[in-house]
Design a binder for this molecule. Structure first.
Ligand code: 2BA
Length: 113
Protein backbone atom coordinates (compact mmCIF):
# COMPACT_ATOMS: atom_id res chain seq x y z
CA UNK A 1 0.00 0.00 0.00
CA UNK A 2 1.29 3.48 -0.85
CA UNK A 3 0.76 5.67 2.13
CA UNK A 4 0.91 9.30 3.11
CA UNK A 5 1.15 10.81 6.54
CA UNK A 6 -1.24 13.67 7.12
CA UNK A 7 -0.25 15.94 9.99
CA UNK A 8 -3.07 18.34 10.85
CA UNK A 9 -2.93 21.06 13.49
CA UNK A 10 -6.42 22.13 14.52
CA UNK A 11 -8.03 24.18 17.26
CA UNK A 12 -9.02 22.36 20.44
CA UNK A 13 -12.64 23.50 19.96
CA UNK A 14 -12.87 21.36 16.79
CA UNK A 15 -11.01 18.32 18.06
CA UNK A 16 -13.91 16.28 19.49
CA UNK A 17 -15.94 16.70 16.30
CA UNK A 18 -12.97 15.85 14.10
CA UNK A 19 -12.09 12.73 16.14
CA UNK A 20 -15.70 11.55 15.81
CA UNK A 21 -15.70 12.20 12.06
CA UNK A 22 -12.51 10.16 11.64
CA UNK A 23 -14.06 7.23 13.51
CA UNK A 24 -17.32 7.51 11.51
CA UNK A 25 -15.35 7.39 8.26
CA UNK A 26 -13.02 4.60 9.32
CA UNK A 27 -9.95 6.84 9.27
CA UNK A 28 -7.31 5.85 11.83
CA UNK A 29 -5.77 8.76 13.61
CA UNK A 30 -3.67 9.69 16.63
CA UNK A 31 -4.37 12.92 18.45
CA UNK A 32 -1.56 14.73 20.22
CA UNK A 33 -1.98 17.66 22.58
CA UNK A 34 0.17 20.45 21.19
CA UNK A 35 0.89 24.11 21.79
CA UNK A 36 0.96 26.85 19.17
CA UNK A 37 4.33 28.56 19.03
CA UNK A 38 2.80 32.00 18.58
CA UNK A 39 -0.32 32.04 20.78
CA UNK A 40 1.22 29.58 23.26
CA UNK A 41 -2.25 28.10 23.68
CA UNK A 42 -3.26 24.49 23.40
CA UNK A 43 -4.12 23.05 20.03
CA UNK A 44 -4.48 19.51 18.72
CA UNK A 45 -2.28 17.73 16.23
CA UNK A 46 -3.56 14.69 14.38
CA UNK A 47 -1.28 12.09 12.83
CA UNK A 48 -3.13 10.18 10.15
CA UNK A 49 -1.50 7.38 8.18
CA UNK A 50 -3.64 6.80 5.13
CA UNK A 51 -3.65 5.14 1.73
CA UNK A 52 -2.66 7.56 -1.05
CA UNK A 53 -6.10 7.16 -2.57
CA UNK A 54 -7.83 8.44 0.59
CA UNK A 55 -5.75 11.58 1.17
CA UNK A 56 -8.31 13.85 -0.48
CA UNK A 57 -11.11 12.28 1.57
CA UNK A 58 -9.14 12.93 4.78
CA UNK A 59 -8.50 16.54 3.73
CA UNK A 60 -12.22 16.98 3.05
CA UNK A 61 -13.13 15.60 6.49
CA UNK A 62 -10.69 18.03 8.13
CA UNK A 63 -12.03 20.93 6.06
CA UNK A 64 -15.65 20.14 6.96
CA UNK A 65 -15.02 19.89 10.69
CA UNK A 66 -12.61 22.72 11.44
CA UNK A 67 -13.38 26.39 11.33
CA UNK A 68 -11.22 29.46 11.35
CA UNK A 69 -11.64 31.87 14.32
CA UNK A 70 -10.44 35.20 15.63
CA UNK A 71 -8.31 34.96 18.77
CA UNK A 72 -6.71 37.62 20.89
CA UNK A 73 -3.25 37.56 22.37
CA UNK A 74 -1.20 39.95 24.42
CA UNK A 75 2.29 40.51 23.09
CA UNK A 76 5.01 39.19 25.42
CA UNK A 77 6.09 41.72 28.03
CA UNK A 78 9.63 41.56 26.76
CA UNK A 79 8.50 43.37 23.60
CA UNK A 80 7.15 46.33 25.59
CA UNK A 81 9.37 49.35 25.31
CA UNK A 82 8.75 50.63 28.85
CA UNK A 83 11.24 53.46 28.52
CA UNK A 84 9.32 54.85 25.57
CA UNK A 85 6.02 54.42 27.47
CA UNK A 86 4.55 52.60 24.53
CA UNK A 87 1.13 51.61 25.88
CA UNK A 88 0.03 50.33 22.46
CA UNK A 89 2.47 47.46 22.86
CA UNK A 90 0.44 45.85 25.67
CA UNK A 91 -2.91 45.99 23.89
CA UNK A 92 -4.24 42.59 22.87
CA UNK A 93 -3.79 41.91 19.19
CA UNK A 94 -6.23 40.01 17.05
CA UNK A 95 -5.07 37.00 15.04
CA UNK A 96 -7.06 34.85 12.68
CA UNK A 97 -6.34 31.21 13.46
CA UNK A 98 -6.91 28.96 10.52
CA UNK A 99 -9.32 26.04 10.63
CA UNK A 100 -6.45 23.64 10.08
CA UNK A 101 -2.79 23.70 9.11
CA UNK A 102 -2.08 20.51 7.22
CA UNK A 103 1.09 18.82 5.98
CA UNK A 104 0.96 15.78 3.70
CA UNK A 105 4.15 13.72 3.79
CA UNK A 106 5.41 10.61 2.04
CA UNK A 107 5.74 7.42 4.10
CA UNK A 108 8.75 5.18 3.37
CA UNK A 109 7.34 2.19 5.16
CA UNK A 110 4.63 1.27 7.64
CA UNK A 111 4.86 -1.42 10.31
CA UNK A 112 2.61 -2.61 13.08
CA UNK A 113 4.21 -5.13 15.42
P1 2BA B 1 0.16 29.46 16.69
O1 2BA B 1 1.62 29.40 16.43
O2 2BA B 1 -0.27 29.69 18.10
O3 2BA B 1 -0.42 30.61 15.75
C1 2BA B 1 -1.77 31.02 15.83
C2 2BA B 1 -2.09 32.05 14.77
O4 2BA B 1 -1.32 33.22 15.04
C3 2BA B 1 -1.71 31.63 13.35
O5 2BA B 1 -2.77 30.89 12.78
C4 2BA B 1 -1.48 32.96 12.68
O6 2BA B 1 -2.71 33.56 12.30
C5 2BA B 1 -0.90 33.81 13.81
N1 2BA B 1 0.57 33.81 13.78
C6 2BA B 1 1.42 32.78 13.94
N2 2BA B 1 2.70 33.18 13.93
C7 2BA B 1 2.66 34.52 13.75
C8 2BA B 1 3.67 35.52 13.65
N3 2BA B 1 4.98 35.21 13.75
N4 2BA B 1 3.27 36.81 13.47
C9 2BA B 1 1.95 37.13 13.39
N5 2BA B 1 0.95 36.21 13.48
C10 2BA B 1 1.30 34.93 13.66
P2 2BA B 1 -2.45 29.69 11.77
O7 2BA B 1 -1.45 30.12 10.75
O8 2BA B 1 -3.75 29.18 11.28
O9 2BA B 1 -1.75 28.56 12.64
C11 2BA B 1 -2.45 27.80 13.63
C12 2BA B 1 -1.49 26.90 14.37
O10 2BA B 1 -0.94 25.96 13.43
C13 2BA B 1 -0.26 27.61 14.94
O11 2BA B 1 -0.55 28.12 16.22
C14 2BA B 1 0.78 26.50 14.98
O12 2BA B 1 0.57 25.66 16.10
C15 2BA B 1 0.45 25.71 13.73
N6 2BA B 1 1.23 26.11 12.57
C16 2BA B 1 0.92 27.07 11.65
N7 2BA B 1 1.84 27.13 10.69
C17 2BA B 1 2.77 26.22 10.98
C18 2BA B 1 3.99 25.80 10.36
N8 2BA B 1 4.44 26.35 9.20
N9 2BA B 1 4.71 24.82 10.95
C19 2BA B 1 4.27 24.26 12.10
N10 2BA B 1 3.14 24.58 12.74
C20 2BA B 1 2.39 25.57 12.19
Amino acid sequence: MNMKLVLAIVQDQDAARLSAAFVDNNVRATKLSSTGGFLRAGNSTYIVGVDDKRVQEVLDIIKRNCESREEYTTPPLISVDAAAGDSAAVRPIEVRVGGATVFVMPVDSFHQF
